[in-house]
Design a protein around this ligand. Structure first.
Ligand code: A3P
Length: 294
């Protein structure tokens, strides 16, 4: 399938210049008007950057390592703010009904995050992952989640990714928007690659940010419960609670490979060169340096 033949209008709309799922876009006013509470914690990411991993870690921190309290599906424990569907995921409604302290997930850039979170000085964690591994993971996400049009071949999809012609728009703008907030004391920026390299260190960092005293025993429990294999097998975190007609995990599992550097299996030399050149242009003047291998 040629990438030019995608029919984006069937599944997507445009919100503030960004491609968005049609169902979500229909109720965007509710998202923008969302009322934060001062003790809300926001987990923000560009899709496929480790949202679910960090969400499970944070919930374990909040529940002080009590696995029994983390048995419900992750999208019930940590609602997806802008999500709207006939099914269980209706972020605004879930959050309104939830008692404090709430943890929520969003894929919005810092510019598109509802203003109330900034006004209430809520704590926010942004998880960032190198763009090449995100592109690979996003490609598989397109294939497994039925709401997406056929992404065509991987190189065709990468063109769309570079152009920001995917839900949540440009990775470059998204990442830059949050990097600009790095000096805000309420914002913690984490990197998927750092989590892969030294998970204990990163868990302790999250605990400190949340004002919790890290104990080695609790860190052990969290690291075990949120390991790739545990999360892959855990029905509360692996999205198998979502019907196959919505997420077909036979095509690709939601918790897929969990490595850094998978892009090397997908980018040809020519595509890699093209991507690097485009990356340089898009990230010009930005001090953020991401690792594409560890
Ligand atoms: P891959 O597709 O590269 O495997 P998100 O939750 O933001 O959608 O991110 C999904 C990505 O995070 C997937 O990447 C998934 O495998 C990875 N992931 C999820 N849980 C993980 C874990 N415990 N350890 C490492 N990677 C994990």
């Amino acid at each position: 399938m040629d990438s030019s033949s995608y029919d984006y209008s069937e599944n997507f709309s445009i919100v503030h210049g960004m491609i968005m799922y049609k169902e979500f876009a229909k109720y965007w006013d509710d998202v923008e008007a969302f009322q934060a509470r001062p003790d809300d914690l926001v987990i923000a990411t560009y899709p496929r950057s480790g949202t679910t991993w960090v969400s499970e870690i944070i919930d374990m921190i909040y529940k002080e390592g009590d696995v029994e309290k983390c048995k419900d599906a992750i999208f019930n424990r940590i609602p997806y703010l802008e999500s709207r569907s006939e099914g269980p995921m209706n972020g605004v409604k879930q959050l309104k009904e939830m008692s404090s302290p709430r943890i929520l997930k969003t894929h919005l850039s810092s510019e598109h995050l509802p203003i109330s979170f900034w006004e209430k000085n809520c704590k926010m964690i942004y998880v960032c992952r190198n763009a090449k591994d995100v592109a690979v993971s996003y490609y598989y996400f397109f294939l497994m989640v039925s709401i997406h049009p056929n992404p065509g071949s991987f190189p065709e999809f990468v063109e769309k990714f570079m152009d920001g012609q995917v839900p949540y728009g440009s990775w470059y703008q998204h990442t830059r928007s949050w990097w600009e907030k790095r000096k805000n004391p309420h914002v913690l920026i984490l990197f998927y690659e750092d989590l892969k390299e030294d998970i204990r260190k990163e868990v302790k960092k999250m605990m400190q940010f949340l004002g919790r005293k890290p104990s080695e025993e609790l860190v052990d429990k969290i690291v075990h419960h949120t390991s790739f294999q545990e999360m892959k097998n855990n029905p509360a975190s692996n999205y198998t609670a979502i019907p196959e007609k919505v997420i077909n995990q036979k095509v690709s599992p939601f918790i897929r490979k969990g490595i850094t550097g998978d892009w090397k299996n997908y980018f040809t030399v020519a595509l890699n060169e093209r991507f690097d050149m485009h990356y340089e242009q898009q990230m010009k003047g930005c001090t953020l340096k991401l690792r594409t291998e560890i």
